[in-house]
Design a protein around this ligand. Sequence first.
Ligand SMILES: Nc1ncnc2c1ncn2[C@@H]1O[C@H](COP(=O)(O)OP(=O)(O)OP(=O)(O)O)[C@@H](O)[C@H]1O
Ligand SMILES: [Zn+2]
Length: 713
Amino acid sequence: MKKPTQKDESDQPNRLPLDLGEKAVEVLIAVPLPQTFTYHWPFEHAPRFGQRVVVPWGRQKRIGLVHGTCAAVVTSAGVDAYSLKPVEQVLDDGSLLDGAWRQLIEFAARYYHHPLGLIALEALPKALRVLNARGEEPVMVTKAQAHADKRLQARQTPARGARTSADHDPTQADPAPPPVLTLEQQAAVQACSVAAGFTPLLLYGVTGSGKTEVYLHAVEERLTRGEQVLVLLPEINLTPAAQALYETRLAPYRVVVLHSNLPELQRTKHWFEAATGAADVLIATRLGVLTPMPRLGLVIVDEEHDPSYKQQDGMRYQARDLALMLGKQRGVPVVLGSATPSLETWQKAEGGQYKRLTLTQRAVTGASLPRVELINTANFPAKEGLSEPAMQALVSTFEAGKQSIVFLNRRGYSPQLVCGGCGWVSNCEHCTAHMVWHKSERNLRCHHCGAAQRVPVQCPCCGNQDLTGFGRGTQRIEETLAGLLPKATVLRIDADSTRNKGQMEALLDEAHSGRADVLVGTQMIAKGHDFANVNLVLALNVDASLFSHAYRAPERLFAQLMQVAGRAGRRGGEATMLVQTRYPQHPLFEALKAHDYERFASHEMQARREARMPPFSYQATIRADHRTLGNCLAFLKTARELGDPLIQPDEPVYLCDPVPLTVVRVGGIERAQMLIESESRPALHRFLSAWLPLLYEHAGSVRWFLEVDPVEL
Ligand SMILES: Nc1ncnc2c1ncn2[C@@H]1O[C@H](COP(=O)(O)OP(=O)(O)OP(=O)(O)O)[C@@H](O)[C@H]1O
Ligand SMILES: [Zn+2]
């Protein structure tokens, strides 16, 4: 098809004489600019918000979303209406993107000061927002839509019969009957059921206290009212077990999942099912919070404290916070669940803004939290990473037929390869970081830029063949464990071992089945999983976090250790957690030994209050990226000069000194940032709104972005 050009009426047979005020539309396009774009609307029928359209963009075509009509068609350049390019095609008859969805993305754009077009389009599955190589809408969209329509029809015909017989697998054994709720669980379920309108609830329950059971009952109760439920989980690896459980327990209601590892067609199908109301429950990772759900009645955020809810590129949003806003806008309850709530959430629960529901006991009769013991590595030095008491515990746990978890938050074999002769170290060429030795994959890899190379056989500097790994990661511990327990099945579960399709499911299956004796892994295995047979947890390499400069490090370490401890002893029996450390007297460990989250939280809260850190202040950062650090810092300095005069005396906002990031160079790009703080959230946002437009004009070749509520400084 010949592309229409400006003022070329012949290409547009349907084009009507332009009627100002009705025949132009504002379109959202996924570009890093804060505005909408005006196009001529050459069609008879009226445009609707959220309809997808194909529009010319430079020499290309793009999918955009109708955002509104324009009353007066004068573009910023002052060009008259006739010079507007026309919308080429309308892809949707109606729109699934309703007013509620619009409210949420508009809030996100305001709050995160991020271009609305980027947020709106990136919230959609790729097939819905990107044209294929021929410039057409991918066929899978029609397929996915038809699939959802069929589901929707099936759902409407026999009121509750969303399931087709094809879904029933007769080989599947009948599931175990659901447990009888404890009194604490009953009270929590009751509180969720009576909650009407927007109600934030904190389900604060120790690990293994049966929070999932509370969710299941609360969800089912909403489903019987004909409502949909959104369940957010922090990590993809928690979705298979959750999906299986929800499907079995809630049949015949339709449960779908959304996360970034799903094949595109499936993701598109599930999105349509949620958006049309064909699906009843949506289980999703953070991206799911921006899915339209017309019958939404309840939102659950499991492990609400988890840092994975924070998106670390593009729009750097916090999905838990957006989930709360979603609940507020839709007028529905939001349940935040955790054994170790974030300090932000805990502060609100203490202040009474969130209703707290507490589960103090493990749910399974006879199951208690593990005994925590510290191994002082000054007295029991580690050989190949493991101290004598740790090795003994691993051996006796294996001999008793129980499983162990070895938790180490560092993947690879060794964090660096070094030369014994000249002191050469495997540095990354592109980053201020070491290349990590991955023995299993036989290469050196940079965890920052992804660069990989073969392991050198001799030192690239002096030719010495004596190259050794310095420090240890999960692969090396796996090797040590295989030597220590030659008869045991040792499984490593980390981002490397679960990279290929199906690997994650297979490994988790082995772990849950009890066939594996020892699980070595990163935070991937440390939370959420309901392992039945784990009796011993060993935590390695925790000391670096004890003295980190990052102010959130203690909170994160404490939560991680409490969570991983929580994987042990879930079905009763004596269970133990061992922590190897040089600093057994550290106060964080006192609270850990007592499983006392509240003690830790009040101590940490006090420290934050004194230091005027979040949640007692509000922060944002401006990041600047460029090939030379000087340019980054110069831009931030200019930004600060532009910002200073905007600060209102009655609304103090502090602009800190621009500083290079700790890992200053990644992929050949230098990075610097500036912190902006205020004790008033509205003051911070008023300042940002006035300031950011100026930055667009002064950035030059420096790439910059804003992050609101940053978690890593
Ligand atoms: N009332 C109950 N009686 C007996 N067993 C129960 C009861 N409620 C839950 N359980 C069982 O207790 C185990 C732990 O429950 P669940 O996984 O929900 O804990 P959780 O609170 O989510 O823990 P975590 O914070 O560690 O993820 C599960 O195997 C579950 O089936
Ligand atoms: Zn690198």
